[in-house]
Design a protein around this ligand. Structure first.
Ligand SMILES: *Cc1c(COP(=O)(O)O)cnc(C)c1O
Length: 423
């Protein structure tokens, strides 16, 4: 059976989340498939940012304690609202810092090398910033990263095998940091299993949720994960450089933050201005300094949409979109030497499709000129993220047709096969 544009439109008509597309600034002439790098602006996020400016305008310094969203409590209250997206209790999550800063904070706190237990286990496919942060934390504790950072190898260059990770959970490992979803292939790691295996061996484990937050449900408490951290500008659509978030399992409450600052304080004590820190008794302790209120504000509106849509429904639609994309690709593109780098199975497939092609860099340029926004990852990866809240099945169908056109007429040959500065 051949899939057609009508089939795509039928799927859109049956889609219970279709109405959320209207909540976003979606350009009619562009198919945006890069929501896993930077999510689009929603009208609610815009409004909550404007409201925050208004509170600054009206209240000045008193905005810290008055108005609809008093700034002094914003990081905690946003954390409370996000908790259900990660399967946590409200006070186990706080909105703060950036992904990389939060990893620094959590590693500074929970990486406690001693005796022969001194190593950090990560993987060779992780995002460079995470690796740099771990390398610097190892150096700060007086060890050599070349020896103390172990990176699990990938067998195929795209995915990891949980049993390979488990095999490296040896007695000398003090801490494990892994992604929930790999940023290139979109593979979902089995966090429940990895956490159980780490704990059997007395190893702390934390996850980077950048590519899973807002795309797939999590049960961090149920899995007994020690900590997690993520950005809010990808699937959560909180804007470029928006404030990130972190999770700390309540069993670690009371632990002194590795990187302390006055916002690590118990809130009642903070303005006592003592030189001895009394840390907050929840995830709030892992904040450092004054929160970036204007960069957190869009999240207020954005989270409302996630609450209304429901993360289970978002995941359901996301799986349908990526499956439909693969079905149309299989139908239309097989003669053009594309290969899949993403897992095929639902339980392992995150929110995007990852295609590889030797000409990927210039195919992406041709797509952009044809008003489709993909995401190039050097040396030869094309990430395509149909996002449940604002993309349609018609977007997916049209994208594959446009890609086929580019391949058939070789229009990509007009471009240089080289990445741009930001790719
Ligand atoms: C996007 C992303 C980051 C980005 O970190 P920032 O501190 O926000 O720049 C880090 N790790 C992973 C896995 C990512 O996908």
């Amino acid at each position: 059976m051949t899939l057609t544009l009508d089939d795509a439109r039928q799927l859109d008509r049956e889609d219970p989340l279709y109405k959320f597309r209207n909540e976003f600034y979606v350009r009619d002439d562009v198919i945006y498939l890069d929501g896993n790098s930077l999510g689009l602006l929603s009208k609610r996020a815009e409004q909550s940012l404007l409201d925050m400016l208004e509170s600054w305008k009206n209240f000045g310094i008193d905005g810290w304690t008055t108005g609809e969203h008093p700034w002094f409590y914003l990081s905690e209250s946003l954390g409370n609202q996000m908790a259900e997206l990660v399967g946590a209790k409200p006070d186990e999550v706080v909105v703060s810092g950036s992904t990389t800063v939060n990893l620094h904070q959590l590693a500074a706190t929970f990486y406690e090398p001693r005796d022969s237990k001194t190593k950090i286990l990560a993987d060779e496919l992780n995002f460079p910033s995470d690796i740099y942060a771990l390398q610097s934390q190892i150096k700060l504790k007086g060890y050599d990263p070349a020896e103390h950072l172990i990176r699990v190898r990938s067998r195929d260059g795209h995915t990891l095998h949980e049993e390979d990770i488990i095999a490296q959970m040896t007695d000398d490992v003090a801490l494990i940091v892994l992604p929930s979803v790999l940023y290139r292939s979109g593979q979902i790691l089995d966090m429940k299993r990895l956490t159980a295996e780490a704990h059997k061996r007395n190893i702390m484990i934390g996850f980077d949720l950048c590519h899973s937050i807002g795309a797939i449900p999590h049960s961090l408490d149920e899995w007994d994960v020690d900590f997690a951290f993520w950005c809010n500008y990808k699937h959560l659509n909180a804007g470029p450089g928006s404030v990130a978030a972190l999770y700390v399992n309540e069993k670690h409450f009371g632990q002194t933050p590795g990187l302390a600052g006055w916002f690590s304080s118990h809130k009642e004590k903070q303005f006592d201005m003592e030189h001895t820190l009394t840390p907050a008794e929840n995830a709030g302790a892992f904040q450092i300094g004054t929160p970036h209120i204007l960069s957190a504000a869009p999240l207020i509106g954005s989270l409302e949409l996630f609450k209304e849509a429901g993360i289970e429904n978002i995941r359901k639609k996301s799986l349908k979109l990526t499956q439909f994309m693969m079905d149309v690709i299989d139908q239309e593109l097989m003669e053009y030497n594309f290969t899949y780098g993403n897992p095929m199975e639902d339980h392992q497939r995150g929110g995007h499709i990852y295609l590889e092609h030797d000409e990927a860099a210039r195919i992406c340029k041709a797509l952009k000129d044809a008003n489709v926004v993909p995401d190039f990852r050097a040396p030869k990866g094309i990430r395509l993220a149909p996002v449940a809240l604002y993309n349609t099945f018609e977007d997916v169908y049209r994208t594959v047709q446009i890609l086929k056109d580019i391949m058939k007429h070789e229009t990509y040959k007009k471009y240089e096969n080289k990445r741009g500065v930001v790719a």
